[in-house]
Design a protein around this ligand. Structure first.
Ligand SMILES: Cc1cc2nc3c(=O)[nH]c(=O)nc-3n(C[C@H](O)[C@H](O)[C@H](O)COP(=O)(O)OP(=O)(O)OC[C@H]3O[C@@H](n4cnc5c(N)ncnc54)[C@H](O)[C@@H]3O)c2cc1C
Length: 379
C-alpha cells in the first residue's frame, strides 16, 4: 500500500510513553525516533529498513521480541482509520485503560487492509535496555530446548526478550552463502539464540544469564554455550540468525511454512512432520528456525540435492497438507506471523471453523459492503 507521504511522527509523549506516528513511516524510523526520545519501540524484524509501520500493524507483525513485548497488536493504544465509505475514525487515544465498549482498533490490527486503512497510530514505548546479554547455546534436541526455555524464564523473568531456535543445517546453509558469519560452537544438532535485556544500568543480568546457563550445562539441558562478550559479537550472532531466509533463497527452490503450535507440542510436531515428509519427499532438506519462545517456527523445506526446482515445487500442496494437517491436529496455526493474504485463503476454508469464517465475513460485509478494500484477501 502506497502511503509514503504519510511520513510524519506527529508527537512523542515521554511521560505517557507513547508516540503518535503516521502509517507510512518506516519501522526503522519509528525505532530511531523512540531512541532519540530515550525510549524503546520494541518491534524488530529483518525487513525493518523497508517496511512501514502501517504494514506492520495491518499484518500484526511479530519479530524477535514477541516473547517479552507481544505482537504488533499489543504495541498499539490507538488508531486513525479511513473507512471504506471514506469517513475517518479518529481513535488516536493514548490510554492504557479504556473499557468503553468494543475494542474496535483490534479489528483493524492484523486484518491486512481488508476492513479499513490505517493512517496513523498511537504506539506504546518502553524503557530502553541498559544492560543486555546474548548467548548462543548448543542443545541435543528440541525437547531439551523447550526445557531450557522454562529454566531461562524462571531465572530471568520478563527480561528474557528473545529465544530463537536454529538447526545446525541452517547454520551450515547460511555460512555456505555468507562465509564471514560465525559458527560459534560447531558440531551440535540444534542451537538457541537467547537475548535478555534489563532497563537498569547496574543490573546483575549478565551474571544471572551465566548462572542459568551453567545450571543447564550441569543438568545436561545444554551441551555447550557461548556468551557474547561485546555488542559486536552479539550483533554477529543475530546476523547469523537474520541471514537464514536470504541464504535459503540463494540456495534455490523452497517451500515455506510459518507455523505455530503450543511450545509443549513443538518437539512432537518436529518429529512427526519429519517422519511424514521424509516419506513423501525422499531427500528433502529441512531449514528450520524461528521464535521457539513464541511457539512459532519457520518450517521451511529445500529441494533434495540434484532435484530440479519444478519437480520439487510440484510437491508444494502435498507438503503443505502434511504440515498444516499436523499443525491443526496439535492445536496450532498455519500462519503464525505472516498473515493470510491471497495465498492462504484456501487454508482458511480448510482449517478455520465455519462459525469463525462466518463472523469474519459478516464483519467484512458490515465495514466494507462493496468489497473495495483489498478484495480477494483473507476472507
Ligand atoms: C526480510 C523479511 C523479514 C520479515 N520478518 C518478519 C518477522 O520476523 N516477523 C513478521 O511478523 N513478519 C516478518 N516479515 C513480514 C513483515 O511483517 C511484513 O512484510 C511487514 O510487516 C509488512 O510491512 P510492509 O510495509 O512491507 O507492508 P506491505 O507488504 O506493503 O503490506 C502488507 C499488507 O498490509 C496492507 N497494508 C499495508 N499498509 C496498510 C495500511 N496502512 N492500512 C491498511 N492496510 C495496509 C497491504 O495492503 C498488504 O495487504 C518479514 C518480511 C521480510 C521481507
Amino acid at each position: 500500500m502506497q502511503l509514503s507521504r504519510l511520513n510524519r511522527v506527529r508527537a512523542i509523549d515521554t511521560e505517557n510513553a507513547t508516540m503518535t506516528v503516521e502509517a507510512g513511516v518506516p519501522l526503522a524510523s519509528v525505532q530511531h525516533a523512540a531512541a532519540e526520545a530515550g525510549l524503546l519501540f520494541p518491534l524488530s524484524l529483518a525487513a525493518e529498513g523497508s517496511c512501514a509501520i502501517g504494514g506492520n500493524l495491518s499484518t500484526n507483525a511479530g519479530g524477535t521480541a514477541v516473547l517479552r513485548y507481544g505482537n504488533a497488536r499489543e504495541l498499539v493504544l490507538g488508531l486513525e482509520i479511513v473507512l471504506a465509505d471514506g469517513r475517518v475514525w479518529n481513535g488516536l487515544r493514548g490510554l492504557r485503560k479504556d473499557n468503553t465498549g468494543y475494542d474496535l482498533k483490534q479489528l483493524f490490527l492484523g486484518s491486512e487492509g481488508t476492513l479499513g486503512i490505517i493512517t496513523a497510530a498511537v504506539l506504546k514505548l518502553f524503557p530502553r535496555p541498559q544492560t543486555s546479554s546474548t548467548a548462543w547455546v548448543a542443545v541435543e534436541d528440541v525437547s531439551a530446548a523447550v526445557r531450557l526455555l522454562g529454566v531461562a524464564r524462571q531465572a530471568l523473568g520478563d527480561r528474557l526478550t528473545g529465544f530463537e531456535l536454529i538447526s545446525a543445517d541452517c547454520v551450515t546453509l547460511t555460512r555456505a552463502h555468507f562465509p564471514a558469519l560465525p559458527d560459534p560452537i560447531p558440531g551440535y544438532n540444534w542451537y538457541l539464540l537467547l537475548q535478555a535485556d534489563d532497563a537498569s544500568a547496574n543490573s546483575p543480568l549478565p551474571a544471572q544469564v551465566e548462572a542459568a546457563l551453567a545450571d543447564c550445562l550441569s543438568e545436561g539441558l545444554a551441551r555447550d554455550a557461548a556468551i557474547a562478550q561485546s555488542d559486536a559479537q552479539a550483533t554477529e550472532l543475530w546476523n547469523l540468525r537474520e541471514h537464514i531466509p536470504e541464504a535459503q533463497k540463494r540456495e534455490g527452490a523452497n517451500i515455506k511454512h510459518d507455523i505455530s503450535v503450543p511450545v509443549s507440542r513443538m518437539a512432537e510436531f518436529l518429529s512427526r512432520a519429519k517422519e511424514a515428509l521424509d516419506d513423501a519427499i525422499p531427500g528433502v532438506r529441512y531449514v528450520v528456525f524461528g521464535h521457539l519462545g513464541d511457539g512459532n517456527l519457520h518450517y521451511n523445506l529445500s529441494a533434495p540435492g540434484g532435484a530440479s526446482s519444478p519437480e520439487f515445487l510440484d510437491q508444494t500442496s502435498r507438503a503443505n497438507r502434511i504440515v498444516y494437517d499436523l499443525v491443526a491436529a496439535l492445536g496450532g496455526s498455519f500462519s503464525a506471523e505472516h498473515g493470510v493474504g491471497q495465498m492462504k485463503r484456501g487454508e482458511m476454508e480448510r482449517y478455520k471453523a465455519p462459525i469463525e469464517l462466518e463472523l469474519m465475513r459478516r464483519l467484512k460485509q458490515t465495514l466494507d459492503p462493496q468489497g473495495i478494500l483489498n478484495p480477494g484477501k483473507v476472507v
